[in-house]
Design a binder for this molecule. Structure first.
Ligand code: 4NP
Length: 155
């Protein structure tokens, strides 16, 4: 079975679209076949493209995420994805509440996939400046490498 990964943050316009982009880049670079998507626990931004600062940081790293559109996570996601990765602890606890009894997806925190950072949250850059988005990009890129290595090993 092809692994499938859903990244989940609050709005699906800053952190999780960047995580989606970073894993797509890493999968392509390393020849890993997978399905990647992202969603938000909230629905305020449903249908909107990523935040312009997220689009800008991805563009600085050679990825165009302007075509992505926000959506809210739904119970069926727990049956469709093998892995659901939360960006922070609030996202993780909201996901646990939403999970149906027959959920298949393994839940984790994004930084669980970075050595030495397990259990930590990716800070929301929404209220930050451009530098905050650079920090987010560095974190999601490190996690994408760790997650891709794990998936290549079939774990
Ligand atoms: P995200 O950032 O969860 O990384 O997409 C946010 C974007 C918008 C809001 C909150 C977080 N908001 O409250 O509108």
């Amino acid at each position: 079975m092809i692994p499938s990964v859903l990244f989940v943050c609050l709005g699906n316009i800053c952190r999780s679209p960047l995580a989606e982009a970073a894993l797509r880049v890493e999968a392509e670079r390393s020849g890993l076949d997978l399905i990647v998507d992202s969603a938000g626990t909230g629905n305020w931004h449903a249908g909107e493209p990523p935040d312009r600062r997220a689009i800008a940081v991805a563009r600085r790293h050679g990825v165009d995420i302007s075509g992505l559109r926000a959506r809210q996570v739904r119970p069926d996601d727990f049956r469709r994805f093998t892995h659901i990765v939360a960006l922070d602890h609030d996202n993780l606890s909201d996901l646990r509440k939403l999970a149906p009894a027959d959920a298949m997806a393994e839940l984790s925190l994004l930084l669980d996939h970075v050595e030495g950072r397990a259990g930590q949250a990716v800070a929301d850059p929404w209220f930050g400046d451009e530098a905050a988005f650079d920090v987010t990009w560095a974190e999601v890129t490190a996690a994408a490498k760790g997650l891709a290595a794990r998936l290549r090993a079939g774990r």
